[in-house]
Design a protein around this ligand. Structure first.
Ligand SMILES: C=CC1=C(C)c2cc3[nH]c(cc4nc(cc5[nH]c(cc1n2)c(C)c5CCC(=O)O)C(CCC(=O)O)=C4C)c(C)c3C=C
Ligand code: FE2
Ligand code: FE2
Length: 356
C-alpha cells in the first residue's frame, strides 16, 4: 500500500465524505393552492372538481360527497364564480398564479445575484403548473434534493399536508427518488412578520390610520381544529406577534375567519359578521389585511376588497381599505430568501456565508 502523508490522507477522507454531499444539487419548490386556467365556467369547474374531491379538503365519505359535489356544487358554484374571477382577472391570468410566479422568479433572481446555483420552481397543488411537472423540471436540472415550500404561513391539513400527500404519490413511481425537506409553517418567522409589519406601517404612513385593523384569515371547519389541526393556534400566533409589534400605533386590532363553505360550523368570528357589527359600535373606518394569504387571489380581491367592503358600507361603515398581500414585495422576497436558505442548511455548501 502506498504511504500517504497524514494531512493528505485526512484531506482525501474528507473529500470522500463530502463528495456525495456536494454532488447532490438542491432545488426549491414553491407550492400554492391552484386556480382555474381561465374564468370560463368549464375551467372553474375542472379546478373545483379536483380541489373539492381532495379528502383533506372535504372530509366526507366519497359515496355521500361526490353526488352532492357533481350534482349540486359544481354546476352552481362554477357558474357563480365566473363573474367573480372575471372581476379580479389580471393580464397574465389569475391573480394567485401571477403573484406566485412573480414570487418564484424574484426568489430565483435573488439566488442568481448571490451566485447561488439553486433552481426555483412554482407548482400548484391543484391544476397547473402541476407538482409532477415541477418536480420533473427540477430533476432535469439535476436536483437530487428538493426543499418544498408550501406558501401557507399557518399549517392546516387541508392545505399544507395535502401537498406532502400528493408528492408522496408522485414519487411512488420513481426508481431514483429525490431527497425531500418540507417547511411545515412560517407563521412566526421574522422574515414573514417583518414583511407584514412593513406593509401595514407603510400603508398607514401613506394613507393615515384607521379606527380598527381587522386581520382576516381563511376559515376552516371547527371540527378540523377540534380533531387536532393546529391551524387556529398558528393564526393566533401570527395575530399575537402583529399585535405586540403594532401596540404603539394606537390602532385596535381584531382577527376573524373568512370564506365559510358548506353547512357545518366554521371557525369564528366570521369576517363578514365582524365587519357588519362595527358601524353600530362606532367603528366606521376600517382596514383589512389577510395575513394567511401571501399572494392576492379570489378570496382577498373579490371576497374582501369587493364583497366585504360593500357589506360594511351597507351596514353604515364609511371607509373600508384593503391592504394587499405580500405578493412579490421586495421585503417579503428577502424574508422568504432567509427562510428558504435556513432550511437548505447542510444541503448547499456555498450557503454558509449567505444566510440573512
Ligand atoms: C371545505 C372547503 C375548503 C377548505 C377546508 C379550505 C381551506 C383553505 N383554503 C385556503 C386558501 C384558498 N382557498 C381558495 C379558494 C377556495 N377555497 C374553497 C374551499 C375550502 N378552502 C373554495 C370552494 C374555493 C374557491 C372559491 C370559492 O368558491 O369561494 C383560494 C383562492 C383560489 C383562487 O383561485 O384565487 C385560496 C388561496 C386556505 C389557506 C385554507 C385553509 C387554511
Ligand atoms: Fe379555500
Ligand atoms: Fe371564498
Amino acid at each position: 500500500m502506498q504511504n500517504i502523508p497524514e494531512p493528505e490522507k485526512k484531506r482525501d477522507q474528507n473529500n470522500i465524505i463530502n463528495k456525495p454531499h456536494q454532488d447532490m444539487k438542491a432545488g426549491v419548490l414553491l407550492v400554492n393552492l391552484g386556480t382555474p386556467t381561465s374564468y370560463s365556467a368549464s375551467d372553474i369547474r375542472r379546478y373545483l372538481a379536483e380541489f373539492l374531491s381532495d379528502k383533506r379538503v372535504v372530509e366526507l365519505p366519497s359515496l355521500l360527497w361526490q353526488p352532492i359535489l357533481r350534482g349540486v356544487i359544481l354546476p352552481f358554484r362554477s357558474r357563480k364564480l365566473v363573474h367573480k374571477y372575471q372581476q379580479v382577472w389580471m393580464e397574465g391570468g389569475s391573480p394567485l398564479l401571477v403573484h406566485s410566479l412573480a414570487q418564484a422568479q424574484k426568489l430565483a433572481d435573488g439566488f442568481a445575484r448571490q451566485n447561488l446555483s439553486i433552481p426555483v420552481e412554482l407548482a400548484m397543488r391543484y391544476g397547473k403548473p402541476s407538482l409532477a411537472a415541477a418536480i420533473e423540471s427540477l430533476r432535469q436540472q439535476h436536483c437530487e434534493r428538493i426543499l418544498v415550500v408550501p406558501m401557507y404561513p399557518q399549517y392546516a391539513a387541508s392545505t399544507t399536508a395535502t401537498i406532502l400527500d400528493k408528492i408522496a404519490r408522485i414519487v411512488a413511481d420513481f426508481r431514483d427518488q429525490p431527497e425531500f425537506r418540507f417547511i411545515k409553517r412560517f407563521y412566526n418567522e421574522p422574515g414573514y412578520i417583518m414583511a407584514l409589519l412593513n406593509k401595514i406601517r407603510t400603508f398607514w404612513q401613506v394613507n393615515g390610520k384607521p379606527q380598527r385593523l381587522l386581520l382576516s384569515f381563511h376559515g376552516l371547519p371547527q371540527r378540523s381544529v377540534d380533531q387536532g389541526d393546529p391551524y387556529y393556534k398558528d393564526c393566533k400566533g401570527t395575530v399575537h406577534l402583529l399585535k405586540q409589534a403594532l401596540a404603539d400605533e394606537g390602532v385596535e386590532m381584531d382577527f376573524s375567519f373568512q370564506s365559510r363553505f358548506g353547512a357545518q360550523k366554521w371557525l369564528e368570528p366570521a369576517t363578514q359578521e365582524t365587519l357588519e357589527s362595527y358601524p353600530a359600535k362606532g367603528v366606521k373606518r376600517v382596514d383589512v389585511i389577510c395575513p394567511g394569504f401571501v399572494a392576492d387571489c379570489l378570496e382577498t380581491l373579490e371576497e374582501i376588497q369587493l364583497e366585504c367592503a360593500s357589506e360594511f358600507k351597507k351596514a353604515g361603515g364609511e371607509q373600508f381599505r384593503y391592504i394587499p398581500c405580500l405578493n412579490s414585495d421586495e421585503e417579503w422576497v428577502n424574508g422568504l430568501d432567509g427562510i428558504v436558505k435556513r432550511h437548505l442548511q447542510g444541503w448547499c455548501p456555498e450557503l454558509s456565508n449567505s444566510i440573512r
